[in-house]
Design a protein around this ligand. Structure first.
Ligand code: ADP
Ligand code: MG
Length: 343
């Protein structure tokens, strides 16, 4: 990776992580409500501070979730101190990571609404197990140093498997509910794997896991076009040819909605610098028709790029880019982009 590219990634990534960490800290330190007022459980507060970690984990990757959760705790410890000698903070940190990490790892490969729900269920389940273990074996002995009552075996069991567990689950479940409620609104961001898109290369083979990623590859190809290119899209019905073309259009600065031109054969859209001609040759009967339909002029226009679905022309001249899209799973596509120069 070149130095320049790396710097761009780091700045955008760091800014987002910093903002999300700050919000997490504010929610954690200032928007917490006591839920168990009775000693020794009176340190148990409800807060929604997993929301930024989840959003970061979903949109920026598992490492972002860990960084956000860590910074949230570090700022809290440095500025607010602790009235549990940091035992509560340590517990919250372990439990938080055991929730956020599995959730964002699962969502990374399942970037749909269903995937989001499942990732939260998986995260909460793993958290539940780890919460009990960490409460019983780590937190109780530590808490016991200054609240000996917790070392009495029935209190210890009650704390670990009832109060402590319930407390941790209430927090992660309530943050999850909020993420589910705002998911639809944020899905364009969440469905994009920011890290992956930045590292995606236009030419060669790319496996995408959402329509948004396929669109993103189209956007990136568009940024490299100079005019005069013919882009041949090859893929079965439902592969993602129109989705890819939508990306090309966005990348060229076109705001109109791009639809499959099956019944009109061709459609043109004006972009910032280049025109996008979208052709569907499925209903084209013979090569001779291209002249009467104006297709020949489109193909030779150096101020335009022409995207062709169901290409029927054998002798395309100039810069030709082939995009092969293969359906490899319900939401997985394998895209292979190659270019050639025809004399
Ligand atoms: P085509 O034009 O090749 O017939 P479309 O782009 O119209 O295909 O449709 C592709 C469909 O597949 C869309 O409904 C899109 O949301 C869905 N889809 C799911 N996953 C992907 C993916 N990774 N890439 C592209 N499309 C995807
Ligand atoms: Mg189509």
């Amino acid at each position: 990776m070149s130095k320049r590219k790396k710097r761009v990634i780091d700045t955008a990534y760091l800014t987002k992580v910093a903002v999300l960490s700050a919000i997490a800290y504010v929610l954690y330190a200032f928007a917490a409500f006591p839920i168990f007022p009775v000693f020794p459980f009176n340190q148990l507060d409800l807060d929604f501070s997993f929301v930024p970690g989840l959003l970061g984990g979903f949109s920026l990757g598992p490492s972002a979730a860990i960084v956000i959760e860590t910074i949230k705790h570090l700022i809290k410890m440095l500025t607010n101190g602790s009235n549990t000698f940091y035992v509560g903070d340590l517990s919250n940190f372990i439990v938080g990571i055991s929730f956020l990490l599995p959730a964002s790892l699962y969502y990374r490969k399942n970037r749909t609404f269903k995937g989001a729900i499942l990732s939260l269920v998986i995260g909460i389940s793993i958290e539940a197990v780890l919460s009990c273990l960490s409460n019983y074996f780590v937190m109780c002995p530590l808490y016991g140093q200054f609240a000996p009552v917790i070392l009495e075996s029935d209190v210890r069991v009650l704390f670990s498997f009832a109060y402590g567990l319930a407390f941790n689950l209430i927090k992660s479940v309530s943050s999850s509910v909020i993420v589910v409620l705002i998911y639809k609104r944020l899905s364009p961001i969440l469905k994009l794997d920011g890290q992956k898109i930045k590292e995606m290369r236009v030419y060669g083979t790319t496996v995408t896991h959402t329509a948004e990623e396929t669109e993103a590859l189209g956007i990136r190809l568009a940024k490299r076009l100079k005019g005069g290119e013919k882009i041949i899209l090859d893929g079965d019905l439902g592969a993602g040819k129109t989705t890819f073309t939508k990306g090309l259009a966005k990348g060229l600065g076109i705001t109109d909605t791009v639809l499959s031109p099956t019944f009109v054969i061709s459609k043109s859209y004006g972009g910032d610098n280049l025109t996008l001609n979208h052709l569907d040759m499925y209903r084209l009967e013979n090569e001779g028709e291209t002249e009467t339909l104006g297709i020949d002029d489109m193909l030779s226009d150096n101020k335009a790029v022409t995207v062709v679905e169901w290409n029927k022309l054998n002798d395309l001249k100039g810069r030709v880019i082939n995009v092969k899209i293969e359906y490899t799973g319900e939401t997985e596509r394998k895209l292979t982009v190659t270019k050639r120069d025809e004399k």
